[in-house]
Design a protein around this ligand. Sequence first.
Ligand SMILES: [Zn+2]
Length: 136
Amino acid sequence: MTHTAPESKPHTFPHADAAQCACCGLALSKGGYDVPFIGVVGPKCVLKFVAFAEVLKFIEGRAITTTASREFNFSASRVITGLRVLGFEVSTDGGTFHVARRTRRLNDVVKSWKKVRAEFERDLKAASGLEGQVAA
Ligand SMILES: [Zn+2]
C-alpha cells in the first residue's frame, strides 16, 4: 500500500541528540532530528516540519527580482509574509532574501505552524509552479 499524504514525505534533517522533543515535549531516548530554528524534534513530529524546511529553502538566498510574473510574485510574497507573521525575521540585505532569526517564542511558533502549515504548502506549491515565469 502506498501512502501519499504530505506526512509521508521523506525528510533530510540531520539526526541529533536531545532529551525531549522541541515540538511536543516527548522524551527522546534515541535522539531526534534537528529542524532549523525549531530544535531537535522526535521522529513523528519531524514530519510536520518537512514543509517548513521547504519554505526556508524557497526563501533563503532568493534574489529579489523585478522580472518575475505578477502571479509568481503574489505567491512568493504570500510565503515570505507568512513566514514573517509566523515569527521569523526575513532580511533583504544585498539583494537576496535571508531568514535571519526567530522572533517569537518557540512554543508560539510551533502552535501557529500547526494551524498554517496547509496554507504554506498550498502557497509554496503555487509559487514553485510559477517559478521562472517572467512578467509579460
Ligand atoms: Zn514531538
